[in-house]
Design a binder for this molecule. Structure first.
Ligand SMILES: Cc1cc2nc3c(=O)[nH]c(=O)nc-3n(C[C@H](O)[C@H](O)[C@H](O)COP(=O)(O)OP(=O)(O)OC[C@H]3O[C@@H](n4cnc5c(N)ncnc54)[C@H](O)[C@@H]3O)c2cc1C
Length: 397
């Protein structure tokens, strides 16, 4: 049976960043990833997050994987809010001292893979993990090779970084699942066209919420609030562009372009507690899911890794297990902060089915437009002062 120090399930942003940091510090980490490298880097099904908090951008730079992001990513000072047929800019740089960075998750995954393999790291693509055993004392990862053979990997530690439909999550005995489902979904499109504005527009309209985002100056990423029963066939291209423009209320224009990808995502929040068991740890979406309104998913994955990396290094450098023992309590601080903010953004911007709650929501939105204090709250949370901001500058050896 092959042995490694740290076995990692999943080559998403969380697993890749952790493996890369550990390898750089001389700890042997092996990633097992169910999909092919090509799928991760190019499949339209993997076009996901695109907003990096200020601290996440700093972490990527400190990890030595930020060169392309700094060249090709877009720095944004803030966001726009569109409602009551007016457009209002919230300047994060003035309110919170930092902006945000727009760079597609798939590009970041490509960069992480490139740097990790280039530095001699190892990823077993198309190797699906099918079981995790003996997680308390002598962890073993059971996986299937592309030829269908079942094999085992002995590890000192195992990290579950296998995303929102995690198999690893089920291996925490008596885990508590704190969860909430929202009564709506997002219809997302990626289109070849100039984005509606140079920065993101969050539009709250009586027809429903819409987000106007981008992946580059020629690639728009837009979303519409839709009901949970909606199907993609009900949304031909003309209807999508018409609805996006209706929800902008005339304050900007969503220019139609070729739609490259369409998807439906139900909104939900989930936190697993604890995030560890014996010599096994969960990071990223395997441990928690946030509705994408607050743009926190990928940022939280980086935060978890920052905490676990420090804890593993304390163990490998000084045989100090105390940070590993405290991993869950430390990580849950940024997790719940992001869960709270994502819930706040989601319930503030989406039309709600209950008429009384909908009236309250509109009052909250008007309050936000008028109150510099609330705008500062939005700015501090959006740029991640209390999430990745706590770890920026903290990834050194
Ligand atoms: C469909 C979708 C759309 C999203 N859109 C947005 C968005 O618009 N904005 C936003 O902010 N956030 C979005 N998110 C959230 C964001 O993408 C995640 O928070 C982020 O991907 C978390 O990174 P991760 O590394 O934890 O997990 P992932 O990126 O999901 O990576 C997990 C990896 O594990 C692999 N894996 C799974 N099971 C196994 C197994 N048994 N064996 C081996 N490998 C396995 C998977 O193939 C995958 O590569 C979206 C998420 C999803 C699922």
């Amino acid at each position: 049976m092959r042995r490694v120090q740290v076995g990692i399930v999943g080559a998403g942003p969380a697993g890749l960043l952790l493996a890369h940091l550990l390898r750089r510090a001389g700890v042997e980490a092996l990633i097992l990833e169910a999909r092919s490298r090509e799928y991760l880097e190019t499949s339209p099904h993997r076009i996901r997050a695109g907003v990096l908090e200020w601290g996440t951008k700093e972490m990527a730079v400190m990890a030595g994987v930020g060169d392309r992001m700094l060249r090709e990513g877009l720095e944004h000072k803030g966001i726009y809010l569109a409602f009551d047929r007016a457009l209002q800019h919230v300047n994060f740089q003035i309110l919170a001292g930092h902006g945000i960075w727009v760079y597609g998750q798939q590009y970041l995954v490509r960069d992480l893979i490139h740097h990790h393999l280039g530095a001699g790291g190892e990823i077993l693509f198309e190797h699906e993990v099918v079981g995790l055993e003996n997680l308390e004392e002598n962890p073993v990862v059971v996986y299937r090779t592309p030829e269908g053979q079942e094999k085992q990997l002995a590890c000192e530690f195992v990290v579950g970084a296998d995303g929102s439909h995690s198999l690893a999550r089920q291996c925490i005995p008596q885990a508590k699942l704190h969860q909430k489902a929202y009564p709506f979904a997002w219809l997302g499109i990626l289109a070849e066209t100039r984005p509606a504005a140079e920065e993101l527009i969050y539009a709250s309209h009586e027809r429903g919420f819409a987000l106007f985002s981008m992946r580059s100056p020629t690639l728009a990423r837009n979303y519409l609030q839709v009901s949970l029963e909606e199907r993609l066939e009900q949304w031909p291209e003309e209807r999508i562009w018409e609805e996006l423009n209706l929800r902008l209320g005339g304050v900007a224009e969503a220019r139609p372009g070729t739609i490259l990808e369409k998807s439906l995502t139900p909104m939900r929040s989930l936190v697993v507690e604890p995030m560890q068991h014996g010599r096994f740890f969960l990071v990223g979406d395997a441990a928690h899911v946030v509705p994408p309104t607050g743009a926190k998913g990928m940022n939280l994955a980086f935060c978890d890794v920052a905490v676990l990396y420090q804890a593993l290094m304390a163990y490998y450098r000084d045989q100090d297990r105390s940070l590993l023992a405290r991993f869950t309590s430390e990580a849950l601080r940024h997790v719940w902060q992001a869960e709270f903010f994502s819930y706040w953004m989601t319930t503030l911007l989406h039309t709600l089915p209950d008429p009384f709650e909908e009236k309250l929501r509109q009052a909250k939105l008007r309050h936000l437009a008028e109150s510099p204090h609330l705008q500062r709250f939005l700015a501090e949370n959006y740029v991640g002062l209390y999430t990745s901001g706590r770890y920026a500058g903290n990834l050194g050896n």
